[in-house]
Design a protein around this ligand. Structure first.
Ligand SMILES: [Zn+2]
Length: 157
């Protein structure tokens, strides 16, 4: 019986350890200096992802994109959005009513251009993705308005 209890304790510690490790991997930050980012991104990607630029509406590669799969951060490959929550907002930017997981997105108040908006960033590398607006469809009522250039697409198998 004592042996059995010891075994259970070892098992719990092992499982807990793995779980903790999984969580750390998911939220492990990707940090690079701006000069490192400049060498691994194209100049257009750098302008949006690191300098918070906005691509022209109706010009990006994903606003009309309808394939099934996952959209990942173009800077660090972190899975951010699923095609399941993508919808046509008519704005000319890829729009989603939810992220894969709320924790994958950072929200930041943005007072630029004389407006109060919510900027959204990749939680792993803090690259700029776009903005969050409260005019999305049900069930969330949210619109994650994202620059195509901030995303890469991984087609579902
Ligand atoms: Zn990222």
């Amino acid at each position: 019986m004592r042996y059995f209890s010891a075994l259970i304790i070892v098992l719990i510690i092992t499982l807990y350890g793995q779980d903790k490790q999984g969580l750390e991997t998911m939220t492990k930050k990707v940090t690079k200096s701006e000069s490192e980012w400049a060498t691994c991104l194209t100049s257009d990607e750098y302008r949006v992802l690191r300098e918070k630029g906005t691509e022209m509406a109706f010009t990006g590669k994903y606003y009309k994109h309808k394939d099934d799969g996952k959209y990942v951060c173009a800077a660090c490959d972190f899975e951010l959005f699923s095609s399941n929550t993508k919808y046509d907002s008519g704005t000319g930017w890829p729009s989603f009513y939810a992220a894969i997981d709320k924790d994958r997105i950072l929200e930041k108040r943005d007072n630029s251009l004389g407006m109060v908006r919510t900027e959204i960033l990749c939680a792993r590398c803090e690259s700029h993705l776009g903005h969050l607006f409260p005019d999305g469809p049900r069930p969330s009522g949210l619109r994650y308005c994202i620059n195509s250039i901030s995303l890469d697409f991984k087609k579902a198998e």
